[in-house]
Design a protein around this ligand. Structure first.
Ligand code: FE2
Length: 170
């Protein structure tokens, strides 16, 4: 008989024995779930701003935001699949994402172009903080695949924050 899908974060099936304790796998998966929620939320905000940006910088920002939301969209998959590899269910609903994310939803009324840029700088910095906070857990468990993923995400978020921040400087 087919098993019912588990509603708990932990998934069923044979025991996992990859050399990382169940406790450590749970803690890392919880951290990666927060990273997934933050990345998805920042993805949606960036796509929203691509649609709604106005003003003399329209073309620059419309295209810049497209490159950024495409990168973020591609980033959610490896994060979710790392959670699965650690034996946990990946969150994937708006309710779960809003409960887990450290960054707020986009404002209902589209802000001015430079305010959009400021919101995205703060978003990338927030995702970087979320990713960085997982490192001690990954290091402790010698979880190199997670550490590698975090390194890649930190590189992107810190570089994107710098590029966006530069638009706000004289
Ligand atoms: Fe578009």
């Amino acid at each position: 008989m087919a098993k019912k899908p588990s509603t708990a974060a932990k998934t069923g099936g044979p025991a996992i024995n990859i050399g990382i304790s169940e406790k450590d796998r749970g803690a890392i998966a919880a951290g990666l779930s927060r990273l997934l929620a933050d990345t998805y939320t920042l993805y949606l905000t960036t796509h929203n701003f691509h649609w709604n940006v106005t003003g003399p910088m329209f073309n620059t920002l419309h295209l810049m935001f497209m490159a950024q939301y495409t990168e973020l969209w591609n980033a959610v998959d490896p994060v979710a699949e790392r959670i699965r590899s650690l034996g946990h269910a990946a969150p994937g609903s708006y309710a779960q994402f809003s409960a887990l994310a450290s960054i707020k939803d986009a404002p209902a009324t589209p802000p001015k172009a430079l305010e959009m840029v400021r919101i995205l700088v703060e978003g990338h910095e927030a995702v970087a903080r979320t990713a960085r906070a997982i490192f001690p857990l990954a290091d402790k468990a010698a979880d190199e695949p997670t550490a590698d993923l975090l390194t890649q995400r930190l590189t992107v978020h810190e570089q994107t924050a710098w590029m966006l921040r530069s638009l706000l400087e004289d």
